[in-house]
Ligand binder design. Sequence first.
Ligand code: ATR
Length: 274
Amino acid sequence: MTDRYAVIGNPVAHSKSPLIHAEFARQTGHDISYEAILAPLDGFRAAVLEFRDAGGKGLNVTLPFKHEAWSLVGAHEGYARDAGAVNTIDMRDSRMVGLNTDGVGLVRDIRHNLGCPIRGRRVLLMGAGGASYGVIEPLLREQPLELVVANRTPEKAVVLVAHFEKFQSFAPEGLVARSYVELRGRRFDILINATSAGLSDAMPPLPDAVFAPGALAYDLVYGKRTPFLEFAGARGARTADGTGMLVEQAAESFFIWRGARPDTAPVIALLKKT
Ligand code: ATR
């Protein structure tokens, strides 16, 4: 029997996940269906339970429900525990387990697809919202020399850093919170924009000289050349949008559900064409 999966969000019509998982299923020969479910803003729980009761095997959760998904599931595994957000629900024997594959996807894209090591590098993470909570532990476990979190509202960066304090020691020079003004005179090897600024064609107020020679500028927003990527490219940095992360986080979800690892490269290439 065909196993059912879906992505659930609001809005969700724009989601590339059905296309990505259809490609994974074709590649691996797995018999699955994967649809997009639009849940009412006050109807996430009901929609998830309905899907599960109809025999659904797993869900990807997208905005704005990742926090709610964390509270809804009965158990958390891996990075979901501290991220406080769930993007993957595994429905095992009608039990719901919550996981978060966003950070794994980001790290895999940076390291393997872009060939950029994180270990020993100076890393700047911009933003202190849900997207940052989702990626920070896997980033730290790569052992960057330092991980600086900058946010427009600096107090939120301080709260985020305190939340992940137990992982401090993974970064020899520390995990620290800064305002954008405090970045003056600092240079980074990898700069990750996890703010929502790009969605409204804005960018974090970065100083000009923040890019070390050969720096990688990465924007979690996908399918769009954001002002941050324009700014970085004009200052000699290598740039990447979040397409690779999107496909890699999907591949990790597929692996959790199906035990098979799809080849992500052709799917990333396909998405970049569309
Ligand atoms: P998400 O869960 O998608 O991360 P969020 O919790 O609303 O969304 O967080 C959005 C992040 O983008 C925040 O870090 C926000 O900064 P503030 O905490 O100061 O609001 C950041 N952000 C949004 N627009 C921005 C802009 N124009 N410049 C800099 N940061 C911005």
